[in-house]
Design a protein. Sequence first.
Length: 492
Amino acid sequence: MTVDNFIDGEWVVSEKEQYAPIKNPANGETLGEVALSTAEDVERAVAAAKKAQKQWALVPAPQRAEVLYRVGLLLKERKERLARILTMEMGKVIEEARGEVQEGIDMAFYMAGEGRRLFGNTTPSELKDKFAMSIRVPVGIVGIITPWNFPIAIATWKSFPAIVAGNAVIWKPATETPLMARELINIFAEAGLPNGVINLVCGSGSKVGTAMVEHPDIDVISFTGSNEVGRTIAEKCGKLLKRVSLEMGGKNAIIVMDDADLDLAVEGILWSAFGTSGQRCTACSRVIVHEKVKEDLEEKLLERMRYLKIGDGLDEEVKVGPVINGNALQKIHEYVQIGRGEGAVLLAGGYILNDGELADGYYYAPSVFTDVEPSMRIAQEEIFGPVVSIIPVKSFEEAIEVNNSVTFGLSSSIFTRDINKVFTAQRDLDTGIVYVNAGTTGAEIHLPFGGTKGTGNGHRDSGVAALDVFTEWKSVYIDFSGKLQRAQIDNN
Ligand code: NDP
């Protein structure tokens, strides 16, 4: 399978005709190849998007939304096929892959509904016989740059609101996961999206991503990925006065209080820490536990971990799949060495798995450190792998303080039965998402998704909040008095 570029409604070969292999991280098998495009390809996509956007913005929003509705139906029809490709391409287990496709389906139907809302405000004027309103208008051309860990969901979070709002889109998927991009683009085309409204340009971040960020005719960049790259993009966009929405890393914690249901907390930890092999921006990588229940919690966690089957995610019994590639595997292993060096106690895992059926894939044993100090690097930096650090605390207040002591602010969770602690925690945890008696993952698409502090730059994916990234506010005043009325002067 070859993934080329999709520009102006057609699959086209990149200017340079260079390709990179697409690998299955579960077994190293080559699944196909993906174009390594250039700035010239971005230029072609921009030309197509500019032409298409003017017409698309004039299509009534409910009609634009009907296309998304058909996209939703097609995603639903192909859910199983898409989930299987997703698992083969990025490694997450099939059950989670189905969940990810479902997010795309939900987002399609939700954003299709926005076609009949896209609400602005009407408000009284301070003057007689004058009408005032604010309406949403499209920004123009939207560049979206997506990572490999949620190759379809994140693309839908960004492209669906952009499209329903009347923008044209240029999408650069991660080079690791172009097959999902190809599937979604074909669905857009089948659903009847006019040519040029969505364009796909595959290739590296350094070439294609940079060309998009620096292109003067791309009006907004929406990015999900690492902090390092996000910062570079923000700096470039800042110089160009270009709008940029950044969704980056996390160092998310589950707090377990001494009154918690420990079995439930363990389920939450397993799902949040080891699901998608820890490669979620909302993954739990810290467990902040009250010292009174620390030993019990550790015992229960280690017991449950014995039954986590590791392997190819297409096997329905497998709970932990591979990580994305060899570099990720090495990075995770280095963090484990750092944790050991810092004096943390390794309770489980801490090694690469490469025996038997796992020999050709990239597998890391689910790992648990305990007696971790909040200031250690393993408790501060994003590892993006199946490694969790247990940090003991003496009180609820200390737990909140430790939770908030990182530079990230995406997701947090607390397990407790005390209603006062529940409400205090939801107020004081300084993350964009807070869960009570659930893990750190599980965002629903109709609520804003994103974080505070170093996780982002104030924007949100999902929910109505996503529309703020892809629309401008226009304030309209209509005077029907027949005379010139001067605001702030003629109203006394
Ligand atoms: P990156 O931030 O490198 O990649 C994310 C996307 O940005 C990819 O499409 C990538 O392209 C593109 N990109 C890379 N460099 C540039 C650039 N200079 N200008 C514009 N676009 C660019 O993340 P990685 O995939 O390399 O993962 C590295 C680490 O990032 C992870 O270990 C994890 O810590 C974090 N991460 C966090 C995610 C989250 O959900 N918060 C998601 C993914 C990663 P390409 O890869 O094709 O070159």
